[in-house]
Design a protein around this ligand. Structure first.
Ligand code: AMP
Length: 366
């Protein structure tokens, strides 16, 4: 059975690696210039050429039974057209909302979900007005093409704002208050084409310079009523939008409430621990979901963690231990680039925490 994935990075790789034992075969639709080493040998890699007929593309992808994505920055118009030949999951209209921070914020607010206080801005004047209304410190985020802390600026005070408006004259920005969060967690939900919904246990995440460094699951000591309410909202979101696949939601944790930072309509870095730490990985469950198969259990097998390998030369054998599993993406090294990750699993949480610390030290700052 053929599955097509838009994108050829590590998430596409891990989807394919999870799908091969299930008898699935893959094709990857990539853009000119994309680094596709991560998916080499895992299926046909097709470059998207402008003006290509959707029917020709569908044939070239090997007549897939379903098309999915590994990223949100995709041509949703093209996906709408391909939807005439086979299902596209998640739906292109939801991808379109999620790929733009402004549209995403409006969507979340329309669903009654708490997000950081924010304003939309497009030039120096509207940025100054936003700053006047929100106060400092602020975070300015480009509406599009922003991930892993890219296209994101922290403005501590009015002089930082002066410097910022001195550079680009116009843009499409979401300006947010800096949320004084205690911790960060993510929720990973999955809804199948048959409407079955499951949640993985919440994951605690630590970011460095806006990039995920470490995850630990299950997250503990969370404000339980707020967590239950958040899960209920997510369930409504999934049902109302007829969402199919894994959906990742990143939250700031405050004393007794959660504030949703952002939503990713795909498998997510903070769910990599599920490869060793759950009965069914997020990758397998995403595939099961989009194929309309029964979902697998989303339990946590004891405690599990993950550390990203960010542009480092650490030799693999220095990272391994009895509780550790290594995942490398075969990508070319660049400073700070996500080259792989290490998963840790143990019944004893303290042991997982100690291993995560050891790994972070070994891996350095990237
Ligand atoms: P994002 O690209 O929105 O996922 O942001 C990356 C990271 O930057 C988050 O995980 C937080 O650690 C931090 N961050 C983003 N937005 C805010 C905010 N409004 N307040 C405080 N920290 C933030």
């Amino acid at each position: 059975m053929q599955v097509a994935i838009v994108g050829g990075g590590q998430l596409a790789r891990m989807l394919a690696l999870a799908g091969w034992p299930l008898g699935l075969r893959f094709a990857f639709l990539v853009n000119e210039g994309d680094d596709t080493r991560s998916v080499e040998g895992l299926g046909r890699v097709l470059k998207c050429e402008p003006g290509l007929e959707p029917s020709v593309l569908y044939e070239a992808l090997g007549r897939p039974v379903v098309i999915t994505v590994e990223k949100e920055a995709v041509d949703t118009g093209l996906l709408e057209q391909l939807n005439a030949f086979c299902p596209v999951h998640p739906r292109p209209d939801v991808l379109r909302v999620c790929q733009n921070r402004r549209r995403q914020k409006l969507w979340l607010e329309s669903l009654g979900i708490a997000v950081a206080r924010h304003r939309f801005a497009h030039d120096a004047e509207s940025l100054r007005t936003a700053a006047g209304e929100l106060g400092f410190p602020l975070i300015v985020k480009a509406a599009e093409q922003g991930y892993d802390g890219r296209n994101q600026w922290r403005l501590a005070d009015p002089s930082a704002l002066d410097r910022f408006v001195g550079q680009p004259a116009t843009g499409d920005w979401v300006v947010e208050e800096q949320v004084p969060f205690l911790r960060e967690i993510s929720l990973l939900a999955v809804r199948s084409a048959q409407g079955e919904i499951r949640f993985y246990p919440p994951t605690e995440n630590r970011h460095v310079n806006g990039v995920l460094r470490t995850s630990l699951a299950p997250a503990i000591d969370l404000p339980e009523p707020a967590l239950q309410a958040a899960c209920e909202k997510v369930r409504q979101m999934l049902e109302r939008t007829q969402y199919v696949g894994v959906l990742a939601l990143e939250y700031f944790v405050l004393e007794d409430r959660l504030c949703l930072n952002e939503v990713a309509p795909r498998v997510h870095n903070s769910g990599h621990w599920t490869q060793q730490g759950s009965t069914t990985s997020q990758f397998e469950n995403h595939l099961r979901a989009i194929l309309g198969w029964p979902l697998g259990a989303c339990d946590a097998k004891g405690h599990a963690g993950m550390v990203n390998i960010l542009g480092t030369d650490a030799p693999p054998d220095a990272l391994l231990s009895a509780a550790v599993t290594l995942h490398l993406y075969d990508k070319q090294k660049r400073p700070g680039r996500k080259l792989g990750h290490v998963n840790v699993r143990d019944d004893d949480r303290a042991k997982v925490e100690a291993e995560l610390q050891r790994l972070e030290q070994r891996l350095g700052g990237g």
